[in-house]
Write a protein that binds this ligand. Structure first.
Ligand SMILES: [Ca+2]
Ligand SMILES: [Ca+2]
Length: 434
């Protein structure tokens, strides 16, 4: 969008900016209906009309009127509505759909160039008034609209369909960022855009210094740390955090970091950073939902989020720290093999826990262990040994130890060191005797 939107330095601590996000989608719908019935063909509002229309949505109508009218005694209806739609607590899809309805003046079911100029004009002027106080001029708005129009109109039909606009929005960082700042929460698509950008930077760092040693692509730990510390984001971290990041990539006594371990650690790390939208160092339920959604590529349900909160935030603080997240994401161990095992067990556990209660029966535990262990051991040995008896032995041992009809994830997790030890000895036994 050529920087048109980001130039309106929105001050999140300005009460008029901060309170916009309190608007509820349902109230906006009601106001729009009320407007259609009671104010046909009205585009500018005096104070009385403004108060009549927006007092159910805006907490301090007078202040908003003063700011948006810039002392002209008149407020543009579309500027106000566009602003509230962008800021409210609803999904990006909902917002785009409502803007679309609002600015499809001829009800053609598409947005043409004139309508887009009106749309861009309305919300950039509103952002200007609520932000720096400076509004863009007509030719700037036209030029930006022209550029955006061509970007959106993928099928070159010279009209914009709702679908074209939704697709463009999903991938447009600047537009998404404006909505995110106004509503103090980001969409998972925005988080994904930022995540991909950051991972590309960290990828370049690794590739620049990587070498092939013993058939593996690796980096020397010290050189890697040096390179990482040139990045502003890493410089801002506390020493203990950098240490934690490095520990996730390689064992303490190892001089080399493999490409796989680097990315596994970096992805968990960046996912947390990106999801911490308000930079508080804590992720609340809404932010965890963003994190889980962009990792899975679709909006996850609140049930799933609560399940993770229950497992990780055991003190019920209401948020998750970076350390807690990394322990959860990695299963609490830096060793690649145990991470893989724990990750697989965690996934299998979640799949079994269909009602999301957080615990599953020991019979289910026994079955999922058998499946995961079988997959893991068979991937490591290259002959068709009959390992079922060995696996049955391991799993029934574990189940006997637990002595409970049901296990929560955390209770199950306590057995991981024992499971790993047993897998280890089983693998040695297979190599030697089978
Ligand atoms: Ca139209
Ligand atoms: Ca089109």
């Amino acid at each position: 969008m050529g920087g048109l939107l980001t130039r309106y330095k929105l001050n999140a601590s300005d009460p008029l900016v901060a309170h916009l996000k309190e608007a509820r989608a349902r109230d906006i719908d009601e106001t729009m209906e009320y407007y259609t019935v009671n104010y046909p063909n009205t585009y500018t509002l005096n104070y009385e009309d403004f108060d009549d229309l927006f007092s159910p949505i805006l907490s301090d109508v007078t202040s908003y009127f003063d700011r948006l009218s810039q002392n002209t005694e008149q407020v543009d209806l579309f500027e106000t509505l566009a602003l509230i739609v962008l800021a409210c607590q609803s999904t990006v899809q909902w917002k785009v759909e409502h803007l679309f309805q609002l600015f499809d003046f001829d009800n053609s079911g598409t947005i043409d160039m004139n309508e887009l100029v009106m749309t861009i004009g309305a919300f950039t002027r509103a952002l200007g008034k609520i932000g720096t106080g400076i509004v863009p001029n007509k030719s700037t708005i036209f030029n930006v609209a022209r550029q955006i129009f061509d970007e959106i109109d993928k099928d070159e039909s010279k009209t914009l369909s709702l679908e074209e606009i939704q697709t463009w929005t999903e991938n447009n960082e600047e537009f998404q960022e404006i909505m995110a700042i106004l509503s103090s929460r980001q969409s998972f698509q925005l988080a994904k855009i930022k995540f991909d950008k950051k991972i590309t930077v960290f990828d370049e760092i690794f590739q620049k210094i990587a070498e092939i040693i013993g058939g593996d692509k690796v980096a020397h730990k010290n050189i890697l740390i040096e390179e990482l510390e040139k990045i502003e984001e890493i410089q801002e971290l506390e020493d203990a955090e950098v240490q934690l990041l490095i520990k996730m990539m390689a064992d303490e006594n190892s001089e080399l970091v493999t490409e796989d371990n680097y990315f596994e650690a970096m992805k968990d790390w960046v996912a947390y950073s990106v999801s911490d939208f308000l930079k508080t160092g804590k992720l609340d339920k809404v932010e965890i939902r963003v994190l889980m959604s962009f990792q899975r590529g679709k909006e996850v349900t609140l049930d799933k989020v609560e399940e993770v909160m229950r497992a990780v935030d055991t003190e019920k603080k209401g948020y998750i720290t970076r350390r807690e997240w990394l322990q959860y994401a990695s299963g609490g161990d830096i060793h690649h093999e145990s991470r893989l095992l724990r990750g697989n067990l965690r996934r299998a556990f979640n799949d079994c826990d269909v009602d999301g209660s957080g615990s599953i029966s020991s019979l289910e535990i026994e079955n999922l262990m058998k499946e995961v262990l079988r997959g893991l051991i068979l991937s490591k040995i290259d002959h068709n040994a009959d390992i079922d008896d060995l696996i049955n032995g391991i799993t029934s041992d574990i189940i006997h130890m637990s002595e409970k009809p049901e296990l929560s994830w955390l209770e199950f997790k306590k057995f991981f060191p024992i499971i790993e030890e047993k897998i280890d000895s089983t693998q040695k036994f297979i190599k030697e005797y089978l």
